[in-house]
Design a binder for this molecule. Structure first.
Ligand SMILES: Nc1ncnc2c1ncn2[C@@H]1O[C@H](COP(=O)(O)OP(=O)(O)OP(=O)(O)O)[C@@H](O)[C@H]1O
Length: 235
């Protein structure tokens, strides 16, 4: 469970988060929607201690993130906006192995994790492929596999559909749906919700650093949110 309790944050003199409270339950699929600059990335980066609140608290599995950043990072896997920036190796398998290798696991356990992570994103046949030869959708799935190999209980994806064509998006959607069914909680941020909303248990809408809507997809559309939902539809 990830709990945001009245979290406020500013970059220097620029306030970005204004007393944000919401909880992501275990196994829940949450879509975080908001225009560019509304504070989505800033909010997500608090979930594993990349940023710390000026006031309020973020807890992961009941423990304050700033009291144990290592535990929060183990529990919350993050896929950033441009997966390409996240790769550290030339081939799929070696990139996915990088995280578990840094945990100091033995080789058999590393190989096992890589196999399971690639299977979870249906890329087991591409383990020896060069990452720069993959499609955008396959690269997004490799980034997800790299995080899954760390065996997080929560997966947080910041604008994972940017630059993906429709088949690639559908493929990533399918993988996220499967992971969610297997019990991983998932948070996807997007400025252009589109069809990812169909996967969500809950939609959280941000505007200017505040949560302006937090509810099930059935509770949408709220006419006051039409600007957000008209902003685009790529997700
Ligand atoms: N490192 C930083 N230093 C100063 N201001 C920042 C920094 N990162 C983000 N901001 C500002 O904070 C505000 C919120 O940015 P944030 O990236 O969290 O929003 P977002 O909703 O994720 O938008 P986007 O989809 O464009 O990433 C914006 O006004 C942005 O310019």
């Amino acid at each position: 469970m990830i709990e945001y309790d009245t979290v406020s944050f500013a970059y220097g003199d620029t306030p970005v988060l204004d007393s944000v409270s919401t909880t992501i339950d275990d196994g829940e699929f949450v879509v975080l929607v908001g225009p560019n600059g509304s504070g989505k990335t800033t909010l997500l980066r608090h979930a594993n201690g990349l940023l710390a609140p000026d006031s309020g608290t973020v807890r992961v599995n009941g423990r304050a993130v700033d009291a144990n950043v290592v535990a929060a990072r183990a529990a919350v896997g993050m896929v950033f906006q441009h997966p390409r920036d996240q790769f550290v190796a030339a081939t799929v398998g070696s990139d996915v192995a990088f995280g578990p290798e840094n945990l100091g696991l033995d080789r058999a356990e590393i190989d096992d994790r890589v196999e399971r992570a690639l299977e979870a994103v249906s890329l087991q046949a591409r383990a020896t492929a060069r990452i720069d030869e993959l499609s955008g959708g396959e690269q997004a799935r490799v980034a997800i596999a790299g995080v899954l190999a760390m065996e997080p209980t929560h997966l947080v994806l910041d604008e994972p559909f940017t630059g993906l064509d429709r088949p690639s998006r559908q493929s990533v959607h399918a993988q996220l749906r499967a992971l969610s069914r297997d019990g991983t909680s998932i948070v996807v941020s997007t400025h252009a919700p589109g069809s990812v909303v169909d996967l969500a248990d809950r939609i959280v809408v941000m505007e200017d650093g505040r949560l302006v809507h937090d509810g099930t997809p059935d509770e949408l559309p709220d006419p006051s949110l039409s600007d957000v939902f008209d902003a685009g539809s790529v997700g």
